[in-house]
Design a protein around this ligand. Sequence first.
Ligand code: AP5
Length: 215
Amino acid sequence: MKIVLLGAPGAGKGTVAKLLTDYDGSVQISTGDILRAAVKEGNELGKEAKAYMDRGDLVPDSLIMKIMEARLQEDDCQSGFILDGFPRTIPQAEALRELLKRLDIRLDMAVNLDVPKDVILDRLTTRRTCSNPDCQAIYNIKSNPPTAEGTCKKCGAPVIQRDDETEKAIMNRLETYNEKTAPLISFYEKEGLLKNILSLNSAETVEEIKKYLAG
Ligand code: AP5
């Protein structure tokens, strides 16, 4: 599959993307995970991105497009990809459209995960993430807790709260989403690619996406 996952912070893009990778071997490409791994490594990309991320602001489009242009041409993308957290602005969506045209790749669809705001706020304050950059499994202290010792069930690394999970950063991420990312819903509607799913249960959402893919 070749799909874009849209949705507010905490809508469940990462959770749904990870479930979808089991379906047909498509890779999850999360710009958030790529950036967090770079911050942890302390490389140039990480140094540049960290301040934006901690505030809950978007990282500049030029930096994101440089990452994604290279990433989408890696071999593992040939069997398909699930874009999680990208594109995030209209310029990114336009640049992606041009890039895919150039690479002769056709998107199957853009899925918008529609989740009520009170559910989103609750999910973001209760999320925990595996600190191992190669794992980054997503947990929730209410709906999907890690081990009683606070470690990852998959790799055993400590499970942590992200640096952008302060109340101030969460509010800023939601405002940034409304201003810069929500307009992508109409962008993909005009492209004839939009599927809107009321997403309260990730497993059911995955089944709906599979049905759309099967046509
Ligand atoms: P990113 O990592 O993309 O963060 P985000 O969009 O804010 O999304 P989240 O990861 O917070 O949420 P999610 O929708 O994946 O939800 P999840 O599955 O974890 O980006 C972080 C930062 O990086 C940005 O702020 C920006 O600075 C930068 N960045 C990244 N991409 C960029 C780009 N393209 N351009 C510019 N800057 C960029 O679920 C949330 C919680 O809910 C979890 O605890 C989960 O267990 C739980 N949950 C999920 N589904 C359910 C369910 N159905 N029922 C119960 N609980 C559920």
